[in-house]
Design a binder for this molecule. Structure first.
Ligand SMILES: NC(=O)c1ccc[n+]([C@@H]2O[C@H](COP(=O)([O-])OP(=O)(O)OC[C@H]3O[C@@H](n4cnc5c(N)ncnc54)[C@H](OP(=O)(O)O)[C@@H]3O)[C@@H](O)[C@H]2O)c1
Length: 246
């Protein structure tokens, strides 16, 4: 699939991996919709950068855990675009207090990292005849409950991987559905980090460094262009899985 003039919706497009995806698709000539939850300034900045690349770009606020906000977002999208060609289900959260004793955090992560992905997908499907759906999961879905990942996060990512496969079977051949599973990626998600933590986590990968957000966005562009990959998980983890498995 050629991406020029296609319409790409990126959830959580204001920061980190989502932001890198917005800019990577804009570089390919696609029109981009950057969804965000709270940080309007960051969303406006990425949209301004995308516009400089000569494409149509809009920022749309919607907390994807809230059905009324998601409905409003899709109403806005349909005013400006006749279809969605690529959906990148990227928005997601990580919570330091994620542990089996903390069910309120579990519910929050379930609502954001799993249920909201289905909500956005259901809305998007109504605007997609052909195209691509890409989920951003995590290697910790398959690697399991290991620091710094915790139980709700890992569980919701593996649930997302299973949902992707079911959806891939249902929507092929018109819409191809795939997932990217990143290793630890240098984004605002991690906040301020000590030098020790940066080094320790870099060494968790065979490449001995963190992954950059644009390296994940490269994978998303590949999956969007390719018409033969279907129902797969593209692991971009710098060898973290191999290192963990020993
Ligand atoms: N970074 C990593 O090491 C890593 C590794 C594996 C997988 N991932 C996955 O990659 C995805 C992106 O992570 P990231 O590191 O780029 O995160 P990030 O830097 O924290 O950015 C998160 C983005 O998601 C948006 N967002 C959060 N909650 C939202 C909600 N309820 N509704 C709409 N938007 C929401 C944020 O918008 P606002 O800023 O407006 O709140 C922001 O644009 C996540 O699914 C994450 O699990 C990340």
């Amino acid at each position: 699939m050629k991406l020029a003039n296609k319409t790409v919706l990126v959830t959580g497009g204001s920061k980190g991996i989502g932001r890198a995806c917005v800019l990577a698709f804009a570089t390919e000539g696609a029109n981009v919709i950057a969804n965000y939850a709270r940080d309007e300034a960051a969303a406006k900045t990425v949209v301004a950068e995308a516009e400089k690349l000569g494409v149509k770009a809009i920022a749309l606020q919607a907390d994807i855990t809230k059905s009324d906000e998601v409905e409003r977002m899709f109403a806005e999208i349909s005013k400006s675009f006749s279809s969605i060609d690529v959906l990148i289900n990227n928005a997601g959260i990580f919570d330091e207090d994620d542990n089996p004793e903390n069910l309120s955090v579990f519910e929050k992560i379930f609502a954001t990292n799993f249920l909201a992905q289905i909500r956005v997908t259901n809305h998007s499907r109504k605007m997609m005849k052909q195209g691509k759906i890409i989920f951003i999961s995590s290697v910790h879905g398959t690697l399991g409950h290991a620091k710094p990942t915790t139980v709700a996060y890992s569980s919701m990512k593996i649930a997302l991987d299973q949902y992707m496969k079911t959806l891939a079977k249902e929507l092929a051949p018109d819409i191809l559905v795939n997932t990217i599973s990143p290793g630890q990626t240098h984004t605002p998600q991690w906040g301020e980090m000590s030098e020790n933590y940066m080094k320790e986590r870099a060494e968790a990968h065979l490449i001995n460094r963190w992954i950059e957000a644009d390296e994940i966005a490269d994978g998303a562009v590949f999956l969007a262009k390719n018409d033969a990959v279907c129902g797969e998980i593209l692991v971009i983890d710098g060898g973290m899985s191999l290192k963990v498995l020993g």
